[in-house]
Design a protein around this ligand. Structure first.
Ligand SMILES: [Zn+2]
Length: 409
């Protein structure tokens, strides 16, 4: 199977969306169901047996030389952010699928099974909670996850029922530790480093740890005309100061990134002093200690700043994920596969989170990045070159065969 097929399939899936004129594919949605049924068809054509679990992950299994052998999992996610590009997620699933299809066409069986997974809800768009699909497949989902609600108040449990599944089935993970040989994910880089270095692919060293928080600044709403400046407790002014503190603090730590991507002002009228502001914080670094130190400094300063202004501040940590390091042996095999492609070997960390983070709780992981134009992702302008996809596909295939050689010894 060729990279052209992968590109065509990315185009086909890219048209399946919940919002007209843009690609928005939340989990457990009709467009997700359509995507899964297309992918399931391609998996069957590639000699795989297919299963979908309750939360909407899809799995294609290509048996090894004997039934029930240990499994190498390849894949990525099929959900998207709002107004997304076509490649973040689906590219990794479809490259993996084409890799298995090549083996199947040659009638080649390996000393282990291969599973191609299309995870759902990696992005956390619908329930504001990332990795729901991979956490479910690995048995890492918190027991109260079924109570998570989306913007319309629908719980995860209700969404699963609406999708034809049984919420209680989430208690049965797809894999146990002893079932797995490892996990390898191909993904667009989502950053500008490979392009700047003029190399098509790169081997990931580690995935940055991440904290996501929601903050509420509560002041006092009042009439914009009658309350003097000296007597105001303006929640938006306080929040504005917090945002700049976050930016300043982030710049103090090399490699640290901090973002406020969401903010809302209440009551939200031009003639009313803002009584409450809610905003998000997303903070990431490859080193967990650095991230924890930066976050606690940020929160300390937010508290002090709000206190000075008579603003009550509350925060809630929505998510914490530790930095994850790719496993040295798998990483070396992937590096050998890159070297055999004739392109310079480039290694780099990932600032973005991936399902590999969750898979690392259960098994060894490796990741391969593909150059994307302008480093753009989470945007309709996301683009990859078919030549780069061809190199990634060859490299993944070579990696799988190198692992098979090693397993056979
Ligand atoms: Zn992704």
């Amino acid at each position: 199977m060729s990279a052209t097929t992968v590109m065509e399939r990315c185009d086909i899936l890219g048209r399946l969306s919940e919002e007209p004129g843009m690609l928005t594919r939340p989990s457990l949605s009709p467009s997700m169901q359509q995507v899964n049924s297309l992918v399931a068809g391609w998996m069957r054509e590639a000699g795989m047996s297919v299963q979908q679990d309750a939360i909407g992950n899809i799995f294609g299994r290509y048996e090894g030389q004997q039934a029930g052998m240990q499994t190498l999992v390849l894949g990525s996610h099929l959900d998207s952010v709002r107004n997304a590009g076509r490649y973040d997620g689906p590219l990794g699933v479809l490259v993996a699928l084409s890799c298995v299809e090549r083996l199947y066409r040659r009638g080649e069986r390996l000393p282990f099974a291969l599973e191609v997974v299309g995870f759902t809800d990696e992005e956390g768009l619908r329930f504001q909670h990332a990795y729901l699909g991979s956490k479910s497949a690995t048995g890492m989902l918190a027991p109260d996850a079924l109570l998570l609600t989306d913007a319309t108040g629908t719980t995860l449990a209700e969404a699963i029922r609406g999708y034809g599944g049984i919420p209680e089935a989430l208690k049965q993970p797809r894999w146990r530790r002893e079932d797995l040989l490892g996990y390898c994910e191909v993904h667009i880089e989502q950053g500008p480093v490979l392009e700047a270095q003029q190399v098509p692919i790169g081997v990931v060293t580690a995935i940055a740890g991440q904290s996501r928080l929601n903050v509420r600044c509560i002041g006092l709403a009042g009439h914009a005309g009658t309350v003097p400046m000296s007597l105001r407790r303006d929640a938006l002014c306080a929040a504005a100061e917090c945002l700049l503190l976050i930016e300043k603090e982030a710049c103090e730590y090399p490699g640290l990134v901090a973002t406020v991507g969401q903010a809302s002002v209440l009551p939200g009228a031009s003639n009313v002093i803002p009584g409450e502001v809610r905003f998000s914080i997303d903070i990431r670094h490859q080193d967990d200690t650095t991230r924890a130190r930066a976050l606690s400094r940020v929160l300390e300063q937010i508290r002090a700043s709000c206190q000075r202004r008579g603003i009550t501040v509350q925060w809630e940590v929505l998510q914490e994920s530790k930095a994850v390091h790719c496993q040295p042996r798998l990483r070396r095999l992937l590096e050998r596969a890159v070297e055999a492609s004739g392109y310079p070997l480039m290694t780099l960390p990932s600032g973005a989170g991936h399902d590999a983070v969750v898979m690392a709780e259960l098994t060894d992981i490796a990741m391969l990045f593909v150059r994307c134009r302008g480093g753009i992702s989470h945007h309709p302008d996301e683009a990859v070159a078919v030549e780069d996809v061809a190199i990634a596909l060859d490299t993944l295939e070579r990696f799988v065969l190198l692992l098979a050689q090693e397993a056979a010894v």
